[in-house]
Design a protein around this ligand. Structure first.
Ligand code: TXA
Ligand code: MG
Length: 329
């Protein structure tokens, strides 16, 4: 019989129980400030194998290893001064660093690469759980491979409820987009592999040099392991529109959904197929809601989802990255 996931609140007793399950090599869906993760003992090949299997994820797509304290960085990675500087500036938080790995991390976790992606999350329940488990925890986003990342325990239950046994509920993810990933294997030539809430400008400032961007992902091409162009995709077709206006939405097909970043027009009733991420168009709040709104619209029976294309730097870059992936076929 298929397992049915049980959702746990973060009581001390529940955390102790889930930590024991993790130590025994089982996997647990966990809250993080970015998105929910599917966690297992990062030092155990068997636990990592369970993560790949539950997600239906190909084993050539490496996992992120999560630690509870900066002291643990050296257990999993060979750090350089630039990495320590960034860790000090941004951890705990939504920044993942790619560094040479240590022998503690099994090849399966890194998809056979000699490097490891490591981050120290800020969500208090996840950090408590890592501490109690006593080992670094490997955790990809807790979605079936290729689908939109989950930002709540309910999202995880809905997609993976029959494939995993334990979900820790820590509320809605406050950031809502996956972490920024920075390749620091060559510390003098840092490369931004995935934009996120920690922006390029913030990284440039702390490193005192501009981080490079990888080649643009073209369909099917890979700029980094696991960074396929098509990713984070709803089943419904997503189309991006630069400078989308209410007039255009009203003239468009009525069985389509029209999603704006801010509320288009402040007054009056809007058609039922017009949506927005944040009333005032605050990009941080828009990022927080993006994945849950995409999931709702995906379940809403619309023929297609038309989205206002975000523009600008900072977190807009991360929003745009996720939307371009959602829209790529
Ligand atoms: O915010 C996050 O980062 C979330 C939460 C759970 O921490 N995790 C997450 O994991 O987004 P995932 O597995 O969905 O994305 C991890 C990506 C991989 O697809 C790959 O692109 C990159 O991290 N990655 C992992 N290890 C790498 C490595 N050694 N070198 C280059 N990229 C790596
Ligand atoms: Mg993912």
């Amino acid at each position: 019989m298929a397992a049915t996931a049980r959702t746990f609140t973060g009581t001390p007793k529940n955390l102790a129980f889930l930590a024991r399950r993790l130590k025994a090599g089982e996997i647990v869906a966990v809250p993080t400030e970015t998105v929910y993760g599917l966690a297992g003992d990062a030092t155990s090949s068997a636990a990592c194998r369970r993560i790949f299997a539950a997600k239906g994820r190909p084993t050539d797509d490496p996992l992120i290893v999560h630690i509870a304290s900066i002291k643990d960085l050296d257990r999993v990675a060979v750090a350089n001064p630039e990495a320590r500087k960034l860790a000090k500036a941004f951890w705990p938080g939504p920044l993942t660093l790619v560094l040479p790995k240590t022998g503690l991390v099994p090849d399966l976790a890194t998809a056979g690469l000699p490097s490891v992606a490591v981050r120290m999350p800020s969500h208090p329940l996840f950090r408590k759980l890592i501490r109690l488990a006593g080992v670094p925890l490997a955790a990809p986003s807790a979605n079936p491979f290729g689908y939109v990342s989950p930002t709540s325990a309910a999202h995880v239950a809905r997609n993976l409820g029959k494939r995993i046994r334990y979900i820790l509920d820590g509320g809605s993810s406050s950031i809502g987009l996956e972490s920024t990933i920075l390749d620091l294997r060559s510390p003098r030539k840092p490369v931004l592999l995935r934009p996120g809430a920690i922006t390029k400008a913030e990284l440039d400032r702390v490193l005192d040099r501009p981080v490079a961007r990888p080649r643009k992902a073209s369909s099917g091409a890979r700029v980094a392991p696991g960074q396929m162009a098509r990713h984070y995709s709803p089943r419904t077709r997503v189309v991006l529109h630069p400078g989308l206006t209410l007039e255009k939405a009203v003239r468009g097909p009525q069985n389509a959904a029209w999603l704006f970043i801010g509320r288009p027009g402040t007054l009056g009733r809007l058609p039922a197929n017009v949506f927005w991420l944040d009333p005032l168009g605050d990009l941080k709040l828009a990022a927080r809601r993006l994945f849950s709104v995409l999931r709702e619209l995906d379940d809403g029976g619309f023929s297609s989802i038309h989205v206002e294309r975000p523009s600008g730097g900072g977190i807009a870059e991360a929003l745009l990255d996720r939307l371009v992936r959602a829209a790529s076929r």
